[in-house]
Design a protein around this ligand. Structure first.
Ligand code: EPU
Length: 324
């Protein structure tokens, strides 16, 4: 493995990626860049663009299937950008300008300013815990969802009628020119599983909650976790739900999981890639699945559901193919 000092942040050549995804599939990145701060992220994106290399952003790796072989260009991981803190009173009117949390200057009563500032690499479970411990309601339905804040915002992660942008106050992105831009929730229209950010890369966000008794938040989190664990194969390697739920009018009100289930898709396999017996919208890697297995199985299931119900299932997971 080669390390290079020619990038403005930590970097690894020919970096293996499978272990950075929850489905544990995929080859290597020609270059993996690991910025540790929003400024390093900005510099990394600028440097990659100057070299005219293709850039992909890898967050928590919870919703992506990476191709086998070597991905040309740069993969930027936000993994080192894990920071969640309360807005500091000293930071002035713009909480995202605060650098590292001191903890000293936030108001003593968390309910007085029920917001959290996070950098893109903050994991969603860590964010959930921070909110719970402060008595902030708004993320309970996200309990058990893996991934990071950046990816969660970019794809507007959600479930049970809840979505990530419900708690967004402002998102700081890096634009294609390498400049920061702040997007206020009020000025943006994210939709189901897509925030429409295009080439904008999430650097951080300010999230706003509703103060609530800690015990209530905790109990809601526990209930949602229990419900999720009961129906989803949470302890197996997967990329979460594979397909978006289709328009209920086209599917007769069935979710993607129900369509796959009723079409007899559960247990279908290619190599070590298998459609979960537990939930039809989960494809699990039972050991040494390759991206070719996963891509092939996704196509098999799409064909099965199209034949049986005339519904075209659209992947929710991002498929990173080498030649895209
Ligand atoms: N069902 C079946 N067979 C199956 C799977 C589900 O009959 O194989 C039935 C269930 O019994 C239930 C209904 O389908 O009556 C809905 O299932 P579920 O509650 O699991 O909800 P979903 O619509 O399949 C959505 C999100 C999930 C999220 C859950 C939270 C999408 C595509 N999926 O699933 O998100 O965790 O709600 O309840 O929006 C993800 O984004 O990765 C993801 C898993």
């Amino acid at each position: 493995m080669n390390c290079s000092t020619s990038w403005p942040c930590a970097s690894v050549a020919e970096a293996p990626l499978a272990g950075r995804t929850t489905i544990r599939v995929g080859g290597r990145a020609e270059w993996l860049l690991e910025p540790a701060t929003p400024d390093e992220l900005r510099a990394a994106l600028v440097a990659a663009r100057e070299r005219e290399l293709p850039v992909r952003i890898l967050g928590g790796g919870a919703n992506v299937v990476i191709d086998d072989g070597v991905l040309p260009g740069v993969v930027v991981t936000t993994d080192r950008m894990r920071r969640v803190f309360r807005p500091s009173q000293l930071a002035g009117p713009d909480p995202l300008d605060a650098d590292v949390p001191t903890g000293r200057s936030a108001p003593e009563d968390p309910a007085a300013d029920p917001r959290l500032v996070c950098w893109a690499g903050t994991t969603l479970p860590a964010l959930c815990r921070a909110a719970r411990d402060l008595g902030y309601s708004g993320l309970e339905k996200m309990a058990g969802v893996p991934g990071q804040v950046g990816g969660g915002i970019a794809m507007n992660a959600g479930g049970r009628g809840w979505q990530m942008w419900d708690v967004v106050e402002v998102v700081r992105v890096v634009d294609t020119g390498g400049a920061y831009r702040d997007i206020a929730r009020a000025d943006w229209s994210p939709s189901y599983r897509d925030a429409h950010l295009g080439d904008l890369v999430v650097a951080g966000a300010v999230l706003r909650f509703t103060p609530a008794p800690k015990r209530e938040v905790q109990e809601a989190v526990r209930d949602y976790l229990r419900a999720k664990n009961a129906v989803q194969p949470v302890s197996e390697w997967s990329a979460g739900c594979v397909f978006k739920n289709p328009d209920p009018e086209a599917s007769g009100g069935r979710t993607a999981g129900q369509l796959v289930d009723e079409a007899g898709g559960k247990g279908r396999r290619r190599g070590d890639a298998v459609i979960s017996e537990r939930h039809g919208n989960f494809l699990v890697n039972t050991g040494a699945a390759t991206a070719a297995d996963v891509f092939g199985l996704i196509a098999d299931v799409q064909a099965l559901v199209a034949d049986r119900f005339g519904v075209a299932l659209e992947p929710e997971v991002k498929l990173w193919r080498r030649d895209d």
